[in-house]
Design a protein. Structure first.
Length: 220
C-alpha cells in the first residue's frame, strides 16, 4: 500500500466514533482532487509516499494501541488493497472509519464506517462528484455525508443536495448523519450555525455542525 504517514491523534471531525475520540490515523498517499482549501498537500507529494505491506500497517496500528482507526488521505479509495486492510483491522477488533471524497466509487460492505465529503463549488471539484455515491449507494447506520462550506452559495447547494438525496434514496433518512463544516479561511462557524438553524430540513435530520477539533487544539 502507498502510505503517507501513520500517527495517533483525535478524530477532529464528525464520525461514528465521535469527534474527540482517541484514534490512530492511517494517511494514504495519492488523490484525484485539487481542492482549493486542501490542508494535506503532502499526500500528493511523491517524496512522502512509502510502500508498506498490509501486515506492517497493522503492526504499527497495534503499536499505537488505539481502538479507533481512521483511514484518510489523500484519497484512501485509490488503494487497491484497502478492503484487505480494513478486513484485517476489523479482524483484530478495531473500529474503522474511512474519510473519502465523493469522486471515487465507494466500497460496498467493507465493514468500515464512512465519512463522505461532497465537494461544493468553492472546492473547485464540484463537477468531480460521482452521483451514484450519493443517490443510489446503500449507506449503513453511522455513515456521514459532510459538506465543507465556504459561502452562502455552497450552503444553498448543499441543502438542495440533501433534499434530493432524501427524495431519491429514502434509506438515507434513517442511516445517515449530515454534517456541515466551515472553511475557516472563508466562513465563521457561528454564521454557518445560524444558517443551519434557519433550515427546517436540517433540524428534522439532526444535522451536525462539525468543527476541526484537532486544529482548534493545535495537534496533527
Amino acid at each position: 500500500m502507498q502510505i503517507t504517514e501513520i500517527f495517533e491523534s483525535i478524530n477532529g471531525e464528525v464520525c461514528f466514533p465521535h469527534q474527540g475520540s482517541l484514534c490512530t490515523f492511517i494517511r494514504t498517499w495519492g488523490c484525484v482532487n485539487n481542492c482549493g482549501y486542501c490542508d494535506t498537500p503532502q499526500a500528493k507529494d511523491r517524496k512522502f509516499c512509502k510502500e508498506m505491506l498490509i501486515s506492517d500497517v497493522v503492526d504499527e496500528v497495534k503499536r499505537l494501541n488505539n481502538t479507533m482507526v481512521t483511514i484518510t488521505g489523500g484519497e484512501p479509495l485509490l488503494q487497491t488493497k484497502l478492503s484487505d486492510l480494513v478486513f484485517d483491522l476489523i479482524e483484530e477488533d478495531y473500529v474503522v472509519s474511512i474519510e473519502t471524497s465523493g469522486s471515487v466509487p465507494l466500497i460496498e460492505n467493507s465493514g468500515a464506517f464512512l465519512v463522505v465529503d461532497y465537494k461544493l463549488p468553492s472546492s473547485g471539484m464540484y463537477d468531480k462528484m460521482i452521483l451514484d455515491n450519493f443517490y443510489s449507494y446503500c449507506y449503513n447506520e453511522g455513515d456521514v455525508i459532510k459538506f465543507v462550506v465556504s459561502d452562502r452559495e455552497d450552503f444553498d447547494i448543499a441543502i438542495s443536495i440533501v433534499a434530493s438525496m432524501l427524495q431519491m434514496n429514502q434509506s438515507a433518512l434513517e442511516t445517515l448523519t449530515f454534517a456541515f463544516s466551515p472553511n475557516y479561511n472563508k466562513l465563521s462557524a457561528k454564521e454557518l450555525m445560524l444558517w443551519m438553524h434557519q433550515e427546517d430540513l436540517l433540524k428534522q435530520l439532526g444535522a451536525v455542525l462539525s468543527l476541526q477539533l484537532h486544529k482548534i487544539i493545535d495537534v496533527k
